[in-house]
Ligand binder design. Sequence first.
Ligand code: KG4
Ligand code: ZN
Length: 325
Amino acid sequence: MILSIESSCDDSAIAITELKTKKLLFHKKISQELEHSVYGGVVPELAARLHAEALPKILEECRPYFDKLKAVAVTSTPGLAVTLVEGVTMAKAISVALDIPLIGVNHLVGHIYSLFIEKQTQFPCTVLLVSGGHTQVMQVNSLTDIDTVAKSMDDSFGESFDKVAKMMGLGYPGGPLIQELAKDGDRLKHNFTIPLSQSPLIAFSYSGLKNAVRLAVLDSKEEDYKDIAASFEHIATMHLTQKLKKYFKKVPPKTFAIVGGASANLYLRSKIEELLKPYDAKLLLSELKYCSDNAAMIGRVAVEMYEKKMFSALESLSSSARSSL
Ligand code: KG4
Ligand code: ZN
């Protein structure tokens, strides 16, 4: 079995995955949404302190598995530097204490493998990753052959939902709150400009849209927020589908996936389904509980890395806020 740890942002999670069957035997996550909600976003130092409390508690529950562990895996990049180090330090301690190899997992690869928890992988696959930290399109051929073909030049899709929710005083995380508010709103009420629509670039940008929404919020009463939320969600999604359409002209999709916390967005899911229809492409989605950060996805990657003996030396594994994917 492999024990895997996730602490890249505001979720403390540990999983136990069986090597032979890839079966998830244990998974527990303690989220910090409530604690960060009053600030309208994640406060890194507070998050680190909460990980330091939560991770040992979850680890205690894993004690019965200790003598069966063959490796310990941990998210080592990308994420918040001060929170990543909590998981990495714990993983190193376990590696030394139990004398088992250490596996450093890239969080973004973890999101890709959230599609395959307790399942075989389906590659090649075009993957749209939409989370709080990232918006990117990747062509995934295997664990070690991942090509990023488009990414955001500024804010991410999920982050823009968080910031719009903050402007409206709704709380954190903004994604589910904006989705709920947008349900009864008029999607065409505010004619926000679709970012980069005149640009031939296949890239994303959310900072301009965010500022347009800020002006609309300042100019509106609270009862109009639902229309702003609906129009924002519509344009934020149109931006993704417009750029994907452009990319599909070059590389038609056969198997397409949406992963990351914001892949839970129902409007996005329905628009991507529409977009894929003419291509007769297969759409892969993670189970809702594995869209947001979790340790099950890290464990799933670690199983593949264990098979390939992709271990990290104790001294060389460091947590890094930025990743090259
Ligand atoms: O993957 P994740 O849990 O953490 C990162 O790796 O960043 O993603 C969290 C992000 C947050 O920005 C949150 O607002 C967004 O995912 N999110 C959503 C929805 N649910 C979560 N965004 C839009 N619509 C949703 N339903
Ligand atoms: Zn994530």
